[in-house]
Structures are given as structure tokens and as C-alpha cells.
Design a protein around this ligand. Structure first.
Ligand SMILES: [Zn+2]
Length: 382
């Protein structure tokens, strides 16, 4: 089911407007629940639970504070901002609210399918069990899907359970993901600072999931280079790579524009390993210098299985539409390119094959066909 990228003969490929980008069906595979809160929700939850360490209780200023802290250029400092969001996500009500907001916000932005990840072990401080955390977030996603439907948007949200690289609970979290696999949890992930915490420390969790025929992705090749990607794939057996931008280090571009892939880059492309790319987040952590120089441009030209993602909407002040607006601005992408990225993402989702196919054929392709036809009728985009 490789996607056709050729444009229709005679039809001018059009750069989508911001409004078309928002209405276009989008698929999100890499988004952190604790990185996507509305600033107002943080302030209100902090008041509810008596958390007094927020830098400000003005929602607008708080939103700015998160973006500035994340802009500092260091992955370690970026991760510090999560202390505040996790602090207000310790009760069932708070988790339900944050998850419902998340599904609603994504749906309003035109996302039709999302896998949203979080680390259950970071939400136990007020006495919830791991199971209660998962059930609260699931209930929140269902509530958000319902509210979105009432507002005229359609979205399906699945959870990915994350284990932290520096902690020692990965097998337990993998077992939790497996226990809830038919109840809202699509897979497993590991996250956190890469330096000093190789994914191979969590082999028992990955081997367990493989024996259970379950799915997982690994944050790899963001701050750290090729060895991290190689371990994630060849030692751990990851189905997808979180970021994976450093795969560019295994690709040589000669002066005449010709390109040579090293063994690892060739493997990633040949095996159609999905890359969950998060351009704005990469700029903030210094993994790329500008949108125009982001490896996504070359990787898309070389037909890697590239997908576009938000990572942390709060810290990056972003959304799926904004990510695409930046890419359209940097690379002149058309609606055909957007469809290509979106179909790539849907193919790479941890949903059953028949559901992925139906999402592509019955939701995504008709959605893009409609947008692409608007120029014929002098519609909103003309
Ligand atoms: Zn991430």
C-alpha cells in the first residue's frame, strides 16, 4: 500500500493555505500527554491540588515560560519543564481532564488518529495505582473523543505507555501495556535523556513484548547518534523510531547532489522503519538548526518512511497544523506531500491492519481529494 505521490496531469500542485492545513486529515504518532496541557488547565489543576511551584499563575505568561524553557537548547533543561506538568497530573480527575482536553484539542486541529504517550510511573505520587492511571487516561480520551464528535470532529485516540530510560520499571510497564492492549493502549515506548541510558538496559521489556506479539517504539537518535538508532533496531527490535533524525549521519551527499546510504540508513529505508519526526522540538533541543535544514527534507526526497509529529505541544507552542505550516514554508510542500506524510503515519500506527486501511481509504484519501478539488470550484482556498 505504498502511497502514490505523483500529481494529477494538468493540475497545478498547490501550496495549501493555513486553513486547508488545519482542515486536512492528520495522523499523529508521537505526542506526550504531559507535554500538551493547556496552560489554563495547569493553573486550575495546581490550585485544586495545592501545587505552589509554578513560575506564574497567569496562563498566558505560563505558556510563554514553557516555550522559553524549552528553547534553551538543552534536552536536559527541556525535560525539567515536565516536573510542573506531572505535578498537577496526580489524581484521577486531573488525568481524565488532561486526556479529554488533549483529544479535543487534537480533533479541533484536524487530527483524525493519534497515539498519545505518557509514563504511568510518573503519576503515582498521590496514591493512584498504575492500573488506575491507565484507566483514568483511557476514560479521558473517550470523553474527549465524545466531546469532539459533538463539536463536529472525528478522532480516535490510543495510548502508548512509556517507561523512563533512567528508571528500572520498564518490564512492569511493558506488562501493563500488554494487559491493556485491547483496552485503549496500542503499544509501548521508552523515553528520557539518551546520554548514559542506552535502550539495551531495557532488553527484558522488549523481549517480553516481542514474545507477546506486541508493538513498541523507542526514542532514539535525537540527542545521540547512530549507535542509539542501531541499538533500538538491532538489539531491541523497535517497530518505529522516536525522532531518528541522526540517521542523517549515515547518509553522504556528494557535491553533485548524489546520495550514498550507509548500511544502517539503507536498512531503515529498505525495511520501511517509520521515523517519528518532530521538527520544532528538534530545533529547540538543537538536533536541527532550522526548518529548512531539518533532515526531514532530504529523508522525504529519499522516500524514507517519514512521519510528522508534535512531541510536546505546550513546550514547543505547536500543533500538527503548525508543524505542517513550517514544512510547507521551508520545502514548498503541497497537499500531495501532506497526504504522503499522513498515509505514512497511518500505515505505521499500532492499530490492526484492517482499521489502518479503512482510515487511509475511507477517511484520509477522501479528505485530501476534497481539499485538492477546491480550486476547481472557487472554494475557500481559491
Ligand atoms: Zn518524544
Amino acid at each position: 500500500m505504498e502511497n502514490e505521490t505523483a500529481t494529477h496531469a494538468g493540475a497545478t500542485p498547490r501550496t495549501p493555505t493555513a486553513e486547508q492545513i488545519r482542515r486536512a486529515p492528520k495522523v499523529l504518532l508521537h505526542d506526550h500527554l504531559d507535554g500538551g496541557l493547556r496552560p489554563r488547565t495547569i493553573v486550575e489543576l495546581a490550585a485544586d491540588c495545592g501545587y505552589r511551584d509554578l513560575p506564574t499563575t497567569d496562563p498566558v505568561k505560563l505558556g510563554e515560560w514553557f516555550r522559553e524553557a524549552a528553547d534553551s537548547g538543552s534536552l536536559e533543561r527541556y525535560l525539567e519543564t515536565f516536573a510542573h506538568t506531572c505535578a498537577v497530573m496526580q489524581t484521577r480527575d486531573a488525568l481524565v481532564r488532561v486526556a479529554a482536553d488533549c483529544a479535543e484539542d487534537l480533533a479541533a486541529d484536524g487530527v483524525v488518529y493519534a497515539e498519545v504517550r505518557y509514563a504511568p510511573e510518573q503519576h503515582l505520587e498521590a496514591g493512584l495505582s498504575l492500573e488506575e492511571v491507565v484507566e483514568a487516561v483511557n476514560d479521558g480520551f473517550r470523553l474527549g473523543e465524545q466531546r469532539a464528535r459533538q463539536a463536529g470532529h472525528r478522532i480516535r485516540v490510543r495510548a502508548l505507555l512509556t517507561a523512563m530510560r533512567h528508571a528500572a520499571r520498564s518490564l512492569e510497564i511493558a506488562e501493563l501495556a500488554n494487559a491493556y492492549r485491547d483496552r485503549g493502549v496500542a503499544g509501548f515506548d521508552i523515553a528520557g535523556a539518551e546520554a548514559g541510558h542506552p535502550p539495551t538496559r531495557h532488553l527484558d521489556a522488549f523481549e517480553y513484548l516481542k514474545r507477546e506479539n506486541n508493538h513498541f517504539t523507542i526514542h532514539a537518535g535525537e540527542a545521540f547518534g547512530l549507535p542509539s538508532i542501531w541499538q533500538a533496531l538491532q538489539w531491541c527490535g523497535a517497530d518505529r523510531l522516536g525522532h531518528g533524525v541522526r540517521i542523517i549521519d549515515d547518509i553522504e551527499t556528494a557535491g553533485d547532489g548524489s546520495v550514498k546510504l550507509g548500511r544502517l540508513a539503507a536498512y531503515v529505508r529498505d525495511r520501511r522503519i517509520p521515523l517519528e519526526m518532530c521538527p520544532t522540538s528538534n530545533l529547540q533541543t538543537g538536533a536541527a538548526d532550522s526548518y529548512a535544514e531539518h533532515p526531514i527534507g532530504l529523508l522525504r526526497r529519499l522516500h524514507f518512511r517519514v512521519t510528522v509529529n508534535t512531541d510536546n505541544r505546550l513546550m514547543s507552542g505547536t500543533s500538527m497544523s503548525r508543524e505542517f505550516e513550517h514544512l510547507v514554508g521551508a520545502f514548498g510542500y503541497t497537499l500531495d506531500d501532506m497526504q504522503w506524510f499522513t498515509v505514512n503515519a497511518m500505515k505505521s500506527a499500532f492499530l490492526p491492519f484492517d482499521e489502518r486501511l479503512a482510515m487511509i481509504n475511507d477517511v484520509i484519501k477522501p479528505g485530501y481529494a476534497e481539499l485538492k478539488a477546491e480550486w476547481l470550484f472557487g472554494g475557500p482556498s481559491s
